[in-house]
Design a protein around this ligand. Structure first.
Ligand code: NAD
Length: 495
């Protein structure tokens, strides 16, 4: 592993005086250090991205030319896939099986998909207008785009955003979480090797609290695409209001899975376990509320607990590990505080709820897969995002009640329905307030499908045609003549 991770600005790798220790959450040990941007580097990144957009070749490149670069980035990720997976695992504590088979290849595939399809999305449209008037709608890049990504899927979410943003012809400042900047800084090397012109992509590792306002309020920025917590999302809304920017907000969730009495119980339990405990529950789409029909409630709870206890916790680098550590000690403390609050509000912990005792895990930030029952639908843990391995199960009798419970929180990101009655599920999908509804499956993301939440889970889409078009703006160009060959405005004053 490299010992230093410089910033990447204007095609230069820049070491800064201030460094951030990078911790492996499996061991609690420092694995390397990364440069941290000060205001000086933020300003350099802003002016480089602005210059590259206003005067550089990138936005003017033909679509075919941009496609070549995007495919080279995909190839670069695939060539380095094993190292990137190792690095992501060491930096995040995400089990290596997940980074190897999900995060890294999926990130590369998004570049490939966008490269092969975005040209179709950018074609001009010619709407039919009255009286022979002519107009065309042109899709243009938005300009300088700030991409801010969280620590739970550092490379994958960066790839989702970068692929569309670059293909559309924008220039970029990417800010990874300062807890997990390593794969983004490696990606900078891959993009440099792909030959992107100077200033098109700039990667700055920085503390959001220190540089967030300077970055997000600056007039040189046209758009911000943010994925992260509601708290920070709201701050960014404020910063961006100072100079008015286009925004995408992918925020938190408190997703519900509805499990009906006629579901295949084994499949539902196996899948529900993954839907909350994958990545230690640190997923925006984690199904942290299981709403289970009363006819199967006892069986579901017993099966869930029995299997949750068999999930193998271990060092994230081990391919046998099913659950790794949480990202940090402070995240684990937040999870424990939620469980204490839930207990004070009447919930019972019937599985997990504590730090594991195995000596090999004692230095990492591990926490056992946890299940709460007897949780009031008015309690904090029912309504708020825990962002850890904490599931709750709540009973319902009929489908109307299940939908009302699912919709009773402020978030509206994703949901699952487990039933053998597909027409029931299709009907419920219309009533459930969430950006994604998975029926008898979980966690499937497709490059073809737009993804994003409603209500306090944010607005705007990633992926799919709609996600790509977020990074464009529409210009209408009108050539409007009357039948005499002169414009109508010519006759207004009668001259
Ligand atoms: P966070 O909001 O703490 O941080 C997200 C990013 O914002 C990081 O890069 C951080 O450095 C930066 N940041 C922090 N303060 C800032 C500021 N004042 N100005 C500008 N940037 C700032 O979130 P997190 O803890 O990294 O990630 C977890 C959250 O992300 C959860 O709430 C989760 O639900 C959400 N998330 C949402 C999605 C989605 O698609 N909806 C996907 C993944 C994660």
């Amino acid at each position: 592993m490299n010992s230093k991770y410089p910033l990447f600005i204007n095609n230069q790798f820049i070491e800064t005086a201030e460094k951030q220790n990078i911790i492996n959450p499996s061991t609690g040990k420092v694995i390397t250090e990364a440069s941290l941007a000060s205001m000086k580097e933020v300003d350099f990144a802003l002016s480089s991205a602005r210059e590259a957009f206003d005067h550089g070749p990138w936005p003017q490149f033909s679509l075919e030319q941009r496609k070549e670069f995007i495919l080279k980035i995909c190839a670069g990720i695939l060539d380095n896939a094993a190292e990137l997976a190792q690095l992501e695992t060491q930096n995040t504590g995400k089990p290596i099986k997940e980074t190897t088979f999900m995060d890294i290849p999926s990130g590369a595939k998004t570049f490939e998909f966008i490269a092969n399809n975005f040209i179709d999305y950018l074609k001009d449209e010619q709407p039919v207008l009255p009286e022979g008037a002519k107009a065309r709608l042109e899709r243009e890049p938005v300009g300088v785009v700030v991409l801010i990504v969280p620590w739970n899927y550092p490379l994958l979410i960066a790839c989702w955003k970068l692929a569309s943003c670059l293909a559309a012809g924008n220039t970029v400042i990417l800010k990874p979480s300062s807890l997990t900047p390593l794969t983004a800084l490696e990606l900078a090397k891959i993009m440099h090797k792909a030959g992107l012109p100077a200033g098109v992509v700039n990667v700055i590792n920085a503390s959001g609290a220190k540089i967030g306002e300077a970055l997000c309020a600056d007039k040189r920025v046209d758009m911000i695409s943010f994925t992260g917590s509601n708290e920070i999302g709201k701050q960014i809304l404020q910063y961006s209001s100072k100079n008015v920017k286009k925004l995408i907000m992918e925020l938190g969730g408190k997703s519900a899975a509805l499990v009906f009495g006629d579901a295949d119980l084994d499949v539902a339990i196996n899948s529900c376990l993954v839907s909350i405990f994958l990545n230690q529950g640190q997923m925006c789409t984690a199904m942290s509320r299981f709403l289970v029909q009363e006819s199967i409630y006892d069986k579901f709870v017993a099966g869930f607990v029995e299997k949750a206890r068999r999930i193998k916790l271990g060092l994230a680098e081990d391919f046998q590990t099913q659950m790794g550590p949480l990202i940090s000690d402070s995240q684990r403390k937040k999870v424990i505080a939620y469980i204490e609050k839930a207990k004070a509000e009447g919930a019972k912990v019937i599985c997990g709820g504590k730090i594991p005792e195995a000596p090999e895990l004692k230095n990492g930030y591990y926490f056992e897969p946890t299940l709460l029952i007897d949780v009031s639908s008015h309690s904090h843990v029912f309504k708020e995002e825990v962002f850890g391995p904490v599931a709750l199960i709540h009973k319902f009798s009929g489908s109307d009640e299940a939908v009302a419970l699912a919709n009773s929180v402020d978030f509206a990101l994703a949901s699952c329905i487990w039933t053998s009655d597909i027409s029931l599920a299709d009907g419920l999908a219309k009533k459930i307030n969430s950006g994604t509804v998975w029926i008898n499956t979980y966690g499937m993301f497709y490059n073809q499908l737009p993804y994003g939440g409603f209500k306090q889970s944010g607005f705007g889409k990633e992926l799919g045609r709609e996600g790509f078009l977020e990074y464009t703006r529409v210009k209408n160009v009108i050539t409007d003549k009357s039948s005499e060959g002169k414009p109508l405005v010519n006759y207004w004053y009668g001259f």
